[in-house]
Every structure is written in structure tokens, then in C-alpha cells.
Design a protein around this ligand. Structure first.
Ligand code: SF4
Ligand code: SF4
Length: 357
């Protein structure tokens, strides 16, 4: 598991980056790191690798991206190893792991927190997942604080904040006409040489940053106290709220695919007469076949059980097993749901049902 030490206050490193210098900072970083940045596609903005320092690139404006950057540490499909038949022998070929340091540039605070949740899951129990940590241990995060949270965002109800630097190595605060670049972790000190030429932050800049932070926080209109959510759920497993909140769900699984903290996977063999490979692929607890047994029995046979599982996993089992919530309030599941289901309404229903019980 990645362990990051926060820099001490007396070592605070904060610089002012003029807006028109951001792209040259990105170019500088791209010479030394494999860089992952938000890129405009035909109809969206997605995190992707910056191919080379020759690629034309302009940092786009965005609130948060529809798809989280989870796939750079936990790919949708990942070959774990491959094998070839040589006569009667089988030759195993180990996976070649990432050896370059990579930087995810412009990640939002909620997504940085989601990596902490994935770190916990992939290092739980007796084993640490080598495929995840081979990438995680080589990945640095430069965040971009959120000035304009989306209407679906509710990070403040699950322990986060639009200007949170938790889990980041460095963070950019957008002050409108310039950025503050602040180094957060010891690993993040590696970035100081790229910004050393810029002026130090002044008191007035920090004041402005606090104003932006407050304004961003105030834009998040949903606020719910989830301090007792684990206990609330303990008493609601058989409640009729699950039929009500799952009524519109068509089990498409979109909520789970876009979620930065969902991590269920399946392991499959793909082979032919010459050999094959073992792959790990994302799985989805909202799909009806997720728990379908060979006998035909399905312990989570309807949307009621599957919705209940999703909520219990993130807001009860995660707290019991790891002492953290399994949701960062990014709101993606709300935005993509084709039937307008809203996890915030479900959480409200849980809290209200617990109060009445
Ligand atoms: S459950 Fe929804 S709001 Fe929570 S982290 Fe996943 S996608 Fe974001
Ligand atoms: S995106 Fe909506 S309809 Fe699809 S599985 Fe999730 S809650 Fe159900």
C-alpha cells in the first residue's frame, strides 16, 4: 500500500502559476513522466495519456469527467499472465509491469480519495495485489481543486470537500486569473523543480483561495449526516425501503462501471490450441448474472437485492471491514443512470427509515 507522508507546515511549498503557463508546465512534466491528462474527444473529455511532447495539447475546462481515472491503476481488462504450448510443455510468460513513473494531472479531490479506498481494498487481508500496486506505487497525483462542483456532487457528506488535498501529491487551486501550485506529499517534492521559477504565494492569494473554497462548498446543496449510517443499515436489511428505492432500476450496471470506488472483478482464461492468457476484467454487482449459480439459483435475483447489496457494500461492509466509507460522493452514478435513480435519495430513505425504526 502506498504510504505518503504529508509535508510539514514549515516546509510548505506554494507557487503562483500564471494561467498561460499551465500548458508549458504540463510539457515540462511530460518530458520526465508518463503523463495522464484530461483530453477533449469528439463529444466528451476523458483522461488519457499524453502521447509525446510533440502532441498539441491544451488543458480543457471541466467540472469532473464522466469516467473516473480508475482504469489507469485497475484496467477494465488486464492480462495477468500468458502461456504458450511448446509440445507437451507449457511456457508461462509473466506480465510486464509498468516501470515508468506516471502522473495523473488534473484529478479532482473525490477521485484522489477514491484511490485511497482502492488502496485499502487491494491491500486487505494477507495479500497485496501486485497488479494494482505495480502501477499505484509508480503513480503521482496532481489535483485540481473544484471551483464549480456539479449538481450531483455530495463529497461533503462523505468526508470530502471540493478543495480537499487528501491523497494528493500536489494540488492546483484555480484563482480565476492564476493557479496556486502546492506540494502536498514528500513524493510531490519531485515537482518543485518544474515550478521553482514562479513567484511564491502571497497572503492575498491564500485569502482568495479560502474564498473560492467556501464558495465551492456552498454550491453543494445536498447535505446529509451519515455518522450513523453503519448502524442505521444494521437494522434495515429486511426493510421494505429496498423495494421502493430499487423500483426504477433496470440493472444496466452503468452506475457501477463509472464509479471510482467499485472494484469487483472476474478472472477468466482465454485460450486456443497454441496457448492463451489469464485476464482480469471488471465485473458488476448490479448485473443479474453476477451471483447466478450453476444450479440456476440466484441469491440476488431482483433489483431489490442488488440495490441493497450496493448500498450495504459501500456504507456498511466497508465501514465494518476497513473503517472507511466506500463512496466519495462524486455523483457519477447519479449522472449516468438512465432511469434517474439517485443514491442521495436512497441514503435519505435509509436515514429516515432508521429514525422511524
Ligand atoms: S457510489 Fe456514486 S457517488 Fe459514490 S463514489 Fe460511486 S459513483 Fe461516486
Ligand atoms: S445505472 Fe441506474 S438503472 Fe442502471 S443499474 Fe445503476 S441504478 Fe440501476
Amino acid at each position: 500500500m502506498v504510504k505518503k507522508k504529508e509535508k510539514q507546515d514549515n516546509q510548505t511549498f506554494e507557487k503562483i502559476i500564471p494561467k498561460d503557463k499551465l500548458d508549458s508546465l504540463i510539457k515540462g512534466l511530460n518530458k520526465d513522466f508518463k503523463l495522464i491528462v484530461p483530453k477533449e474527444t469528439e463529444d466528451d473529455i476523458e483522461f488519457d495519456y499524453l502521447d509525446s511532447d510533440k502532441e498539441e495539447y491544451q488543458f480543457p475546462e471541466y467540472q469532473n469527467l464522466r469516467v473516473s481515472p480508475k482504469k489507469f491503476l485497475f484496467p477494465r481488462k488486464e492480462v495477468l499472465y500468458s502461456f504458450e504450448k511448446e509440445g507437451t510443455n507449457i511456457k508461462i510468460k509473466e506480465k510486464e509491469e509498468l516501470i515508468e513513473d506516471q502522473v495523473i494531472f488534473g484529478i479532482r479531490s473525490c477521485d484522489a480519495r477514491s484511490y485511497k479506498i482502492l488502496d485499502t481494498f487491494f491491500s486487505s487481508g494477507k495479500y497485496s495485489d501486485p497488479y494494482y500496486f505495480s502501477k499505484r506505487n509508480k503513480t503521482l497525483l496532481i489535483g485540481l481543486a473544484c471551483n464549480e462542483p456539479m449538481t450531483a456532487c455530495f463529497c461533503t457528506s462523505v468526508g470530502g470537500a471540493p478543495f480537499s488535498s487528501e491523497g494528493l501529491d500536489a494540488i492546483l487551486y484555480d484563482l480565476g486569473d492564476k493557479y496556486i501550485f502546492k506540494i502536498i506529499s514528500e513524493k510531490g517534492s519531485a515537482f518543485s523543480k518544474y515550478v521553482s521559477e514562479y513567484p511564491d504565494v502571497k497572503k492575498a492569494d491564500l485569502k482568495k483561495k479560502e474564498e473560492w473554497a467556501k464558495s465551492a462548498r456552498d454550491k453543494i446543496k445536498f447535505d446529509i449526516n451519515l455518522d450513523n449510517i453503519e448502524k442505521d443499515l444494521d437494522g434495515l436489511f429486511e426493510s421494505d425501503i429496498w423495494s421502493k428505492v430499487s423500483r426504477r432500476c433496470i440493472s444496466c450496471g452503468a452506475c457501477s462501471y463509472v464509479c471510482p470506488t467499485c472494484h469487483c472483478f472476474d478472472v477468466q482464461e482465454q485460450s486456443d490450441k497454441n496457448g492463451g492468457k489469464r485476464v482480469r476484467i471488471w465485473d458488476n454487482c448490479q448485473a443479474s448474472i453476477f451471483t447466478l449459480e450453476a444450479s440456476g439459483h440466484n441469491p440476488r435475483n431482483s433489483g431489490r437485492e442488488r440495490t441493497r447489496q450496493r448500498i450495504y457494500h459501500k456504507f456498511n461492509y466497508y465501514l465494518k471491514n476497513y473503517k472507511i466509507l466506500g463512496c466519495v460522493g462524486c455523483g457519477r452514478c447519479i449522472k449516468v443512470c438512465p432511469t434517474n435513480r439517485d443514491i442521495r435519495e436512497t441514503l435519505k430513505a435509509v436515514v429516515e427509515a432508521a429514525e422511524k425504526a
